[in-house]
Structure formats: structure tokens, C-alpha cells
Design a protein around this ligand. Sequence first.
Ligand code: C2E
Ligand code: MG
Ligand code: MG
Length: 391
Amino acid sequence: MKAPVLLVVDDEPMISTLVTRVGRSLGFDTIALNDPQEILGALSHDPNVIILDLSMPGADGVEVLRVLAESRCDAAIILMSGFDRRVLTSTSRLAAQLGLTVGGILEKPLRLQNLKDLLRTQQTHARPPGAAPATPPLEELQRALTRHELELHYQPQVDLRTRRWTGVEALVRWRHPERGLLYPNSFVGMAEQNGLALALTDEVIDLALREFDPRSLGEPADLALAINLPPAALVDRGFPEQVLRRVGAAGRAVRGIRFEVTETSVAANPALALDILTRLRLKGFGLALDDYGTGHSSLELLHDLPFDELKIDLQFVRVIDCDPSARAIVASSVRLAKDLDLRVVAEGIETAKILDIVAAIGADVGQGYHIARPMPWAALGDWSHAWSGAA
Ligand code: C2E
Ligand code: MG
Ligand code: MG
């Protein structure tokens, strides 16, 4: 297999030498660039990870980020700077808004351990080398819906106090006949932009109702199931009745099914979203505000809408052990949620250390790669066995 490629962009040769040495010791092929103007040329090496110094003579980091965004670079970008942490987090936000993947931030003076930790995380989570994300044409997605090429992977959630398994989030995948397994980022947006989001949601709900059966795994029947809703569901007045019919037709109970929506989905038509979300709650479904902290995180929304769960976005949780601002945001979100009587889920628990921190802060439920990656229903039994053995 081809080694992942690490590109280091820093005008200080000492730093780039050090970083490339560490990168090589972790199995990366490395390229060092002292002149940010040459970034375009270097992209021909198809880097998986880019470490970018934010302040270099000739171009500031933001200009380089813009160039990367315009070239649709999909590498994980690690931002590095001697500026204070706030500058780094603002820049990382800017990068995310440009559509780039931020792999983390590194403060200068560089600490070797932080650098190694970040690179190791990228190694396990970056896209496999050579596997560029494929976005198939729309006709193929239409065909996928009629031919039932979609499938679900389920990611376990656990109680952070008792470590017991409490539920799963269903995450859609597309088993493409030629392209292999595709992830939501390569087709959910396309479905939403082309009027297919509700058809996709129907398919996801039907699949989940068919597969999700805690008793088949010897688990308690009250294991919870979370399903993501697209913005289109929040402007479709008939959605609550329609989904209730589906659940009834499958002979399933509403209790334990929770829908996840994001603030941006609500924003399209807040009045109609209030109508639909309230009726979903009245029918007995749970309701989570997903990706909390990434939108406007408006208090009005939390006040007005009938959520019973808040999911803190993984971008804060993932870095909570090394980023005091992220930690402050998570802690204050947890306090707010508790005061509003909402259950709090921390997404993005990638290490045991992060799990301990979010548990100490008081989040109720945890979800993340450290607990389990999303997996087919059939694999959950083995996971549960291993998890309860280790707990
Ligand atoms: P989401 O609802 O916030 O789901 C969590 C995403 O974070 C999932 O990505 C999950 O695999 C990933 N994740 C979980 N734990 C960790 C972790 O510890 N570290 C990191 N780095 N990532 C983690 P996935 O499956 O690629 O889904 C991405 C997004 O696609 C979802 O974000 C959701 O917004 C959307 N999506 C997924 N399934 C559906 C669906 O059935 N319908 C709709 N409309 N959207 C969906
Ligand atoms: Mg979700
Ligand atoms: Mg989320």
C-alpha cells in the first residue's frame, strides 16, 4: 500500500526538518516547502496531511488556505502558529468554512508529543491514500434509491457514568456497485440539493426499522435508535404523520426513536420547523439538536424548540484534552443543557483521556471512535461483548 503523504509548509527550515523527521518516523512520505507560493505545485503529490505555518513572509496562512480551498484540496490540514490559541481557532473555523478539513492545531513553540499525537490521529482517520472521495453522478443516486443500495452503519452510544451501552446512531452508507462503500459526505448533500433527501430519509427509516432489534442481540428492548433528518423533513408538514405510519406498519414502538436535526435545518423555516418538531415530540419521538456549537448556537432555538437532547459537536470534543477554549465551550454547553433539562451527548470521543474528561465535565452520553466506529448491525453483538468485558 502507498504510504500517506505529509506536506509541511513552513519558512523556518529547522521546523520543517523536525516535522518531516517525525512524519517519516510515523510512516509518512514527506515533502517540505519553505515558500508558500509553491503550494499549488506541491498539491500534485496528493498529500493526505498538510502542516501549515500561518505566518510566513510572502503569504499569510489564510491566503494559502484559500488556494487550497480553490484547488478542492481534501487533505487534513494541521494549522501551526506562534500566535495565541484564539488566532489558531479562528483560522481553523475559517478553514472549515472554506470547505477544508482541519486535522488539528499546533502551537509554537512546537511540542514534539503534540505533533506526534496529531499525526498519529491523522494516520488512522485520514482518507486512505489514493482513495479520493468519489462523488457519483445524480442518476446513480436515483438508481441507488430504487435498487436499495443504501445501508446503515450503527455507532454505539454509552452512558458516561456507568459505561453501559444505551443506544446507537444510524449513519447512512452507499454500497456502490463499482465505487465501493461511500460515506454521507459524498452523497447526502447531492440528495439534498436535488430533491432526493426525503426519499433517502424514507429509505433510512425503513432500513433501521427492519434491522434495529436490540433483543436479537440479547440487549434490553429500550436501547435507543437515533436517525438524522435532512432540512427537507423540517419543511414537510406531513412528515410526523408519515413517519408514525411507517413505524406502525413495521410493528415498532415510537419510544426510543430519536431524530437528530441541526440548527441550519431549522433555519430554512423556523415556524414550520417548530410545528413539525413539536408534533414529532407529541407523538413520542425524541429530538436531538445535532452538531451543537457549529451553527449560531442560538439560545432562542433551545428555548423555543422541544429538544430533549443536545449533541455537542465533535470538533470541540476531539480536542478537549489540548484546547482550553474547546474545553470551556463543552463545559458551558453541558451546564446550559443541564439547566434546560436536556440530555447531553458528547460526539467525537477519540481517546480514553477524552472520555474521562467529558465524563468529569458531566456529559451524560458518549459517542466516538474510542468507544466504537460505526458498524453494520451484525457486528454490534461482538462489539457489545468486548465493550462490556472491558468496562
Ligand atoms: P453526524 O450526524 O454528526 O454524525 C457523526 C459523524 O461523526 C459520523 O460521520 C461519524 O462516523 C463521525 N464520528 C463519530 N465518532 C467520531 C470520532 O470519534 N471522530 C471523528 N473524527 N468522527 C467521528 P458520517 O457517518 O460520515 O456522517 C457524517 C454526517 O452525515 C452526519 O453527521 C450526518 O450529518 C450526515 N448523515 C449521516 N447519516 C445520515 C442520514 O441517514 N440522513 C441524513 N440526512 N444525514 C446523514
Ligand atoms: Mg447525527
Ligand atoms: Mg453531529
